[in-house]
Design a protein around this ligand. Structure first.
Ligand SMILES: *Cc1c(COP(=O)(O)O)cnc(C)c1O
Length: 377
């Protein structure tokens, strides 16, 4: 028996749409399927503009360019996040100022942000970990007060909400991921969201290799050329066709994932007495069933749990290692301790959560985990 950590779900129409895209004779980017996907997201989640990208990393790089991040600028990012959140800004020459997580969930501790702001701070990048919203009112208020640009790393946060407002529609910009480990997947893929009109025109230009090609095709200019920096950030229609088959089924996917998450959450209520923390969802946030995790008491307990589960054919994994301690960035970090992020680095374990997981699988994972924790000493 083997229960894998992740399995990309197929809705059934992926090949059908890819076939259509291939035989349409137009398989480069920004074609019919790209438009269909972008329209879907704009209409459903009230994004002012969405542009498909080849990854969330790419979308974050576009955000860094659009925010005019340059050498000497500081960007505040949680230390407990994926490399790309920081890397996109480092490539523009920014200095990363790492923030800590809060002790109730791995999201940025908003009470500690203001102390990190200096005259050089240009942007704030909250990460909605596990698809659970950060406290965006506090973040947007700080942004207003200090004139900062807010970029939501919404890689895990598709179809999740803060006080009823879709994540990705609150910051000035946002980035989503359609990597095969995310709820809606295209193998590799992402999306830039622009909510602040200041960035609209330039976003399309940067997306299309620094040219005003999009304006040309809308008939707004009579020839197109090189007008700005940029890169080839747009995916081919083959990717967009696959993605469209996924988003047509978004409600089914989200429902199924949330159901699995609920099974875990109910089933693990009594593990708290063993000193293990369950996910915490604040009143202002929703759960999109992206991830189910446990927070063990220490590294040794987590290592034991992962090992023992693996022996039983169940693949659970740990997650981020604090970026302020990474081989690439530790010597540039300002030396502050970031203890809560370190705690999640040592103690958080993610359990399998994917569409094709059965109720029996989930029950087996729950009972196996409890047995292992009971035996642990
Ligand atoms: C997955 C993920 C990314 C990167 O997404 P890609 O599409 O693989 O580039 C960035 N940030 C967070 C928080 C993620 O979970």
């Amino acid at each position: 028996m083997k229960i894998v950590f992740n399995k990309p779900h197929l809705t059934g129409k992926e090949m059908h749409y890819i076939y259509q895209a291939v035989y349409s004779g137009k398989i480069s980017g920004n074609g019919i399927f790209t438009q269909k996907c972008q329209n879907f997201f704009e209409e459903r989640f009230h994004f002012k503009k969405s542009l498909l990208t080849t990854s969330c990393t790419d979308a974050l790089e576009m955000c860094a360019i659009l925010a005019n991040i340059g050498p000497g600028d500081e960007v505040i990012i949680p230390s407990y996040t994926f490399v790309s959140t920081a890397l996109a800004f480092v490539r523009q020459g920014a200095k990363i100022v790492f923030a800590d997580s809060n002790s109730q969930n791995p999201n940025i501790d908003v009470s500690g942000i203001e102390a990190l702001i200096t005259p050089r701070t240009k942007a704030l990048v909250p990460v909605h970990y596990a698809g659970i919203a950060c406290d965006m009112d506090v973040i947007m208020k700080l942004a207003d007060k200090y004139n900062l640009i807010v970029i939501e790393d919404a890689a895990q946060a598709v179809d999740s909400y803060y006080k009823g407002t879709p994540l990705g529609s609150i910051g000035h910009m946002a980035a989503f991921s359609f990597h095969e480990t995310k709820n809606i997947n295209a193998g590799e893929g992402g999306m830039l969201v622009i909510n602040d009109e200041r960035f609209l025109n330039r976003a399309e230009i940067i997306w299309e290799k620094g040219t005003n090609r999009a304006e040309f095709f809308r008939g707004e200019v009579n020839k197109y050329g090189w007008v700005d920096t940029g890169s080839s950030f747009l995916p081919s229609e083959i990717i967009a066709a696959y993605l469209y088959a996924q988003i047509e089924n978004i409600d089914d996917i989200q429902l199924k994932r949330r159901k699995i998450w609920e099974l875990y959450f109910e089933g693990f209520q009594d593990i708290k007495k063993a000193g293990i923390q369950l996910p915490f969802i604040p009143d202002y946030a929703t759960n999109n069933g992206h991830m189910f995790y446990l927070v063990c008491s220490d590294l040794r307990q987590r290592t034991y749990l992962i090992e023992q589960l693996k022996n039983m054919g169940i693949y659970a994994v740990f997650h981020y290692q604090s970026l302020h301690k990474s081989p690439f960035y530790s010597n540039r970090h300002d030396g502050r301790e970031i203890p809560v992020s370190d705690m999640y680095s040592d103690c958080l374990v993610r359990l399998p959560l994917h569409y094709d997981l059965t109720e029996e699988d989930v029950n087996l994972i729950i009972s196996s985990t409890k047995k292992i924790i009971q035996q642990y000493e």
